[in-house]
Design a protein around this ligand. Structure first.
Ligand code: OOG
Ligand code: NI
Length: 460
């Protein structure tokens, strides 16, 4: 098959993301309500701020807004993670970043499968936060062995899905019919199973070890546990969730509200309690399981390592303040974040955020010899180069831990002594994870080179 017969991975990703969203909407009707709420908040935000619309348009983000979402799954074994990487590769999604959730008392470590190129992200930025269970963090040896045996006996992919993954790997892509079949088959892995893989007593023992362990081990597959649309105004969305009687999380995770949004702000509605059948040997008994929830997020600028360090320091300080009783979390956060510049120019000058540069009309009209002696900073100062923040496409471990915790209930924060290992995660994955900071830095320097070339200047 020639390359031109192949459906572009971007297209398969877009089809899959729509199919998954449709499936989740039938499984969890509140997700449908959340989508409607976010669409209406976004329409209001765009209507009340014409400059916001222009800025999103300029970044190529207006078109992707309605289809933009992330999901999350949790797998049980190294082999499952390995094949998950192969499955996502068919859709142009590669592992980016390593998140150690064990430091937050959750026995998993994770990566995000997502597209990486600017054009691919623009076409469809769908991402899946994927966690691998760390059975080694389960203290009870007998339970650990039982969980391992249950996991090794299950098959989370349909045989046809894995066949099509192999076809895509050997022939370098899928044709139209194969792509349609792939989307259909891949969807099965993410489906909810109202019938557990284990009996009620095993389920209860797993819950006692950690609720998340029960969620991963007790079912036939890694059901999608939430899908998150992107909102332009998370404060308005949060207020509307509360007004509509949704069980919204008390606090928005991430940085406080700012004029210049950075990183990621997230909130969620609490997980549903759903009926589940547990096998007893003499028919089923009905129990419940609490795992699936809804989440919304607002994305801002990607921070440089320097900016990220400042963010982490201020966040930690705000948590300490709140624990020490000086005001609530929201107030503590707002106070501490006064130290984080809230002005694009300052964020750029201080090297706190990543930007995409472009030539301005003045730059394109100016004579080259006048510009050729100028540095990038000078070109910016004279208005020959413009810049826009690069959107953060990844996740925040502290926020992720907060989302996990709010859906696990009190008392699910365990102390794990062992440090997690990125190396063992990558070994399970069968590939290194990409460094997101390198991706953003590359994107920024590529934009500078392209902009300089368009001004007729030598990028070197
Ligand atoms: C993943 C939680 C992390 C996010 O948005 O930070 C996440 C999970 O609950 O499996 O999705
Ligand atoms: Ni999430």
């Amino acid at each position: 098959m020639t390359r031109t017969d192949c459906v572009p991975p971007d297209e398969i990703r877009a089809l899959f993301s729509i199919a998954l969203s449709d499936m989740y909407r039938t499984e969890v009707p509140q997700y449908g309500a959340l989508l409607e709420l976010v669409a209406s908040v976004n329409a209001d935000a765009l209507a009340s701020a014409p400059d916001l619309m222009a800025r999103l348009e300029c970044r190529g983000e207006l078109a992707r807004l309605d289809v933009e979402r992330h999901g999350a799954i949790r797998v049980g074994t190294a082999a499952e993670l390995f094949d998950m990487r192969r499955l996502f590769a068919v859709m142009g999604m590669v592992p980016v970043g390593y998140y150690d959730l064990s430091v937050a008392g959750v026995p998993v470590h994770s990566t995000a499968f997502r597209p990486v190129g600017a054009a691919d992200l623009r076409r469809n930025p769908f991402r899946v936060f994927t966690s691998l269970l760390r059975l080694d963090l389960i203290g009870d040896e007998a339970l650990r062995a039982e969980a391992a045996a249950i996991l090794s006996a299950r098959r989370i992919f349909t045989p046809r899905a894995m066949e099509l993954v192999a076809v895509s790997e050997t022939q370098g892509g899928l044709d139209h019919d194969q792509a349609a079949g792939f989307v259909r088959e891949a969807l099965e892995t993410f489906r909810w199973h109202a019938q557990a893989n284990v009996g009620l007593s095993t389920y209860k023992a797993l819950v006692a070890a950690h609720r998340l362990v029960a969620d991963i081990v007790s079912f036939k597959g890694p059901h999608i546990n939430h899908l998150t649309p992107r909102t332009l105004d998370i404060d308005a969305a949060q207020a509307r969730m509360v007004a509509q009687g949704m069980a919204a999380k008390a606090q928005i995770e991430g940085p406080p509200r700012r004029d210049c949004p950075i990183l990621l702000r997230q909130t969620s509605f609490k997980a549903l309690s759903e009926p589940v059948g547990f096998a007893t040997g003499q028919g089923d008994v009905l129990g419940t399981h609490t795992a699936r929830f809804g989440e919304i997020e607002q994305r801002g600028a990607a921070l440089t390592p320097k900016g990220r360090l400042l963010y982490d320091q201020l966040l930690a300080a705000a948590r300490r303040d709140a624990q020490a009783g000086s005001g609530d979390d929201g107030q503590a956060l707002a106070m501490r974040f006064r130290a984080f510049p809230d002005d694009w120019r300052m964020l750029r000058d201080q090297g706190l955020a990543f930007f995409r540069y472009f030539p301005t009309p003045a730059g394109l009209a100016a004579p080259e010899d006048r510009m050729s002696v100028l540095s990038v900073d000078d070109l910016v100062d004279r208005g020959y180069l413009g810049y826009e923040p690069i959107t953060y496409e990844d996740f925040l471990p502290v926020s992720a831990a907060g989302i996990f915790q709010s859906n696990l209930g009190a008392g699910e924060r365990r102390q794990y002594d062992e440090r997690s290992s990125r190396a063992s995660f990558e070994q399970a994955l069968g590939a290194p994870v990409r460094d997101e900071m390198v991706l953003y830095a590359d994107e920024q320097s590529l934009s500078i080179r392209t902009a300089l070339a368009r001004l007729g200047l030598d990028p070197d």
